[in-house]
Design a protein around this ligand. Structure first.
Ligand SMILES: [Zn+2]
Length: 277
């Protein structure tokens, strides 16, 4: 797949990305987060919209407050700690409301001040509900003053890596549908939750779908040789050695199996899975 890379960014400083959009990369680099979470600052006439406050790190919050004297809203792409962790601290520091998808399910960790519904504009920003990586995941469409059609793609589509789809919050059927949905749009540039900006985004979205379809076919082929558990399937399908990445890969395998189960193609047998019928 045509993933992108970038040099390690300057920490705790807002750097311009596009006309009216700046980025601060949080200092939470890691095997799942690349150089760290991207916090975007969208500068409007009325003040700055912060998109994904990022992890709860005091230096990161201070950098946001220092770069944006008047924060008017804190938008959250989804309720994973590397994206929303700093929301409460930033609200405390700025008084700005937190805006997110209404709920993420039982045990919700964040009640937004402003629930963001699918397709209901928030100033210059249009939220799109794109479940898959997370049930509450929103992408945000935005047009810059020079006409660039931007999609803030969160962790749904990232330039540097594929996404983890981990049940029960993650849902592979929803993820496929949310990727297909993006192919029906004409956004010209994605700004993801991790990694550099992604031009010509449909190219990667098609690759991501093809990659998942190939994984799904490989799982079905392996189950054709007999019932197997997720660990066995992961060993057969993935070469990942890093324990964190291997765990993530096994969650993806489970998500594929649940999708195939919903489609009536596989069935669970205790800890193992087999082809249905
Ligand atoms: Zn993330």
């Amino acid at each position: 797949m045509a993933f992108l890379s970038e040099p390690e960014p300057v920490r705790d400083r807002a750097e311009p990305v596009l006309t009216g959009v700046r980025r601060i990369v949080a200092a939470n680099s890691g095997p799942m987060t690349y150089h760290g979470t991207n916090t975007y600052l969208i500068d409007t006439a009325g003040g700055t919209i912060v998109l994904d406050p990022g992890p709860d790190l005091p230096d990161h919050v201070a950098a946001i407050v220092g770069a944006a004297p008047r924060v008017i809203a804190i938008l959250v792409s989804h309720r994973h700690p590397d994206h929303f962790g700093a929301a409460a601290a930033l609200r405390g520091a700025t008084g700005a409301p937190i805006a997110a998808y209404p709920a993420s399910g039982p045990g919700d960790v964040l009640t937004p001040d402003l629930p963001l519904a699918e397709g209901q504009s928030f100033g210059p920003i249009l939220p799109l509900h794109t479940p898959g990586h997370a049930a509450d995941h929103l992408c945000f469409a935005y047009r810059t003053s020079d006409g660039e059609r931007v999609l803030f793609s969160g962790d749904h589509v990232m330039s540097w890596s594929s996404s983890v789809v981990s049940p029960p919050g993650g849902n592979m059927r929803a993820y496929f549908a949310s990727l297909e949905r993006l192919l029906g749009r004409d956004d010209t540039l994605y700004l993801p939750g991790h990694g550099p900006k992604l031009p010509d985004p449909h190219h990667l979205v098609r690759d991501l779908l093809a990659h998942r379809r190939a994984r799904e076919a490989a799982i079905a082929a392996r189950l054709g040789d007999g019932a197997a558990d997720t660990a066995t399937l992961t060993d057969a399908l993935y070469a990942k050695q890093h324990p964190t990445l291997r765990r993530a890969a096994e969650r993806n395998v489970l998500a594929h199996l649940r999708k195939l189960e919903e489609e009536g193609r596989v069935a669970q047998l205790g800890a193992k899975w087999k082809l249905a019928g």
